[in-house]
Design a protein around this ligand. Structure first.
Ligand code: BV8
Length: 234
């Protein structure tokens, strides 16, 4: 394989599954408990803010009880030890990459631990609940919403992501079903730029056929093994 200098990694809910965080589409997953339209759209928030704030309060509280797993810590090790560039893009709104030691994480769909004030539009780090309408730390208005990209909203830092996909030699997708765009299209962007593409997932995803290589298994096993490979002197 040609010398790898720039890696873009995309992670999804599957990388946090072994930490006990519900994925979206597994049996009993988040989308079985709630309809997407009700809890993950601006319209759902407008029509029933209590339901939506409660949904994210429950997930934020569950996160406090979860720990990073070996897949998270292996990616942090790659970020620190790999001699080239690594950009870690996650669709996840949990902070397990950071708590696993990753320094530069791009949360394209926002974060449970960030609050966005719909009055002053300033973001604040946030650990608590929102359902009781706490005051915005900046403007004091009781108008905080989860800093989460809902369906129909524009994901964050897309320009930076597309530039990285354009320049990368290797694109690795970990623990995602490839069901949601624009993230599900990144593999095509990377291929079009001549990058090699690798998928690490528990089961075939909707985009598996688009990858040069697809390895099936739990992230907690596949990711540390893959990082070992990448860090082994050539
Ligand atoms: C936008 C935050 C435009 C919320 C999320 C028709 C065609 C194409 C596109 C569309 C369409 N209709 C509408 C759209 C657009 C829409 C979309 O793609 N819809 C889909 C349903 C068709 N997309 C959007 O709306 C996006 N915005 O398009 O904006 C725009 C343009 C201009 C101006 C303004 C706007 C925004 C989408 C973001 C939504 N927010 N997350 C929250 O967390 O509550 S999406 C959410 O689901 C995730 O973030 C992720 O992106 C997505 C998929 O989830 P996954 O992470 O993949 O998890 P999933 O459970 O699905 O799969 C887990 C995988 O892990 C499985 O494959 C499983 O096998 C594997 N696994 C399980 N355990 C393990 C494992 N793997 C390894 N180890 C294990 N142990």
């Amino acid at each position: 394989m040609a010398e790898i200098k720039r890696i873009v990694i995309l992670t999804g809910a599957g990388i946090s599954a072994e930490s006990g965080i519900d994925t979206f589409r597994a049996a009993g997953g988040l989308w079985e408990q709630h309809r997407i339209e009700d809890v993950a759209t601006p319209e759902g928030f407008a029509s029933n803010p209590d339901l939506v704030l409660g949904f994210y309060d429950m997930r934020r509280a569950a996160l406090a009880r979860a720990e990073p797993n070996p897949a998270h810590t292996a990616l942090a090790r790659l970020e620190h030890e790999f001699r080239g560039e690594v950009l870690l893009v996650t669709q996840n709104v949990d902070d397990l990459h950071e708590r696993g030691g990753a320094a530069r994480v791009l949360h394209m769909h926002g974060e449970l631990k960030s609050a966005l004030c719909t009055s002053c539009e300033i973001r604040s780090r946030w650990d608590a609940a929102m359902q009781q309408r706490p005051p915005c730390p900046v403007c004091r208005a009781p108008t905080l919403r989860p800093d989460i990209v809902w369906f129909g909203e524009m994901p964050y830092q897309m320009g930076r992501i597309y530039a990285a996909l354009e320049a990368c030699d290797l694109f690795v997708s970990i623990g995602t079903s490839g069901a949601v765009y624009p993230a599900a299209g990144f593999v095509q962007e990377a291929r079009a730029s001549g990058a090699r593409t690798l998928e690490l997932n528990l089961e075939p995803s909707e985009g598996s056929r688009l990858f040069h290589e697809s390895r099936l298994g739990p992230a907690g096993t596949l990711v540390p093994a893959w990082v070992e490979e990448m860090l082994r002197p050539r």
